[in-house]
Design a binder for this molecule. Structure first.
Ligand code: HEC
Length: 119
């Protein structure tokens, strides 16, 4: 009985830890799925701002795979531009708002993926 309790406690702890990590940092794997559907046409596969639709954009999206640039963007800024679109943060209206279509968790996951693009 005692062993069972300890084992159960350990499982719970590990589970709590793992879900805590995902809640705090977002799941980049899930973020990639959403990015590939919603963002790749403008931002490109690797986040370089070279998607098929980017030729028509002025200004073009900046290179999110550039580590120095990516690290300058705060988590709050990323959430804000995704939720409110470019105009919400004083940027181009060609960056659409996703606040209506994406949940807070989706946005965290996408942001985690954007971070992972930086090399
Ligand atoms: C229709 C084209 C288009 C789509 C689709 C699009 N974006 Fe953008 N995005 C832009 C443009 C254009 C900018 C640049 C705005 C500027 O610099 O004024 C931008 C800027 C950004 C920035 C800010 C980068 C910076 O340099 O400040 C982030 C982050 C971003 N987009 C993420 C996303 C994500 C994530 C998605 C998908 C959920 C997405 N975008 C979908 C066009 C698009």
């Amino acid at each position: 009985m005692r062993v069972l309790l300890v084992a159960g406690g350990t499982v719970l702890m590990i589970f709590g830890f793992v879900s805590g990590v995902f809640a705090a940092g977002g799941d980049a794997g899930k973020g990639k799925e959403a990015y590939d559907k919603l963002c790749v046409s403008c931002h490109g596969k690797a986040g370089k701002g070279d998607g098929v639709a980017s030729a028509a954009l002025n200004p073009k999206p900046k290179d999110l795979s550039d580590k120095a640039y990516n690290s300058k963007l705060s988590d709050k800024y990323l959430s804000d531009i995704l939720t409110k679109g470019g105009p919400g943060v004083g940027k181009s209206p060609m960056m659409p708002p996703f606040g209506e279509s994406l949940k807070e968790n989706d946005i965290k996951n996408i942001n985690a993926y954007i971070r992972s693009l930086a090399k």
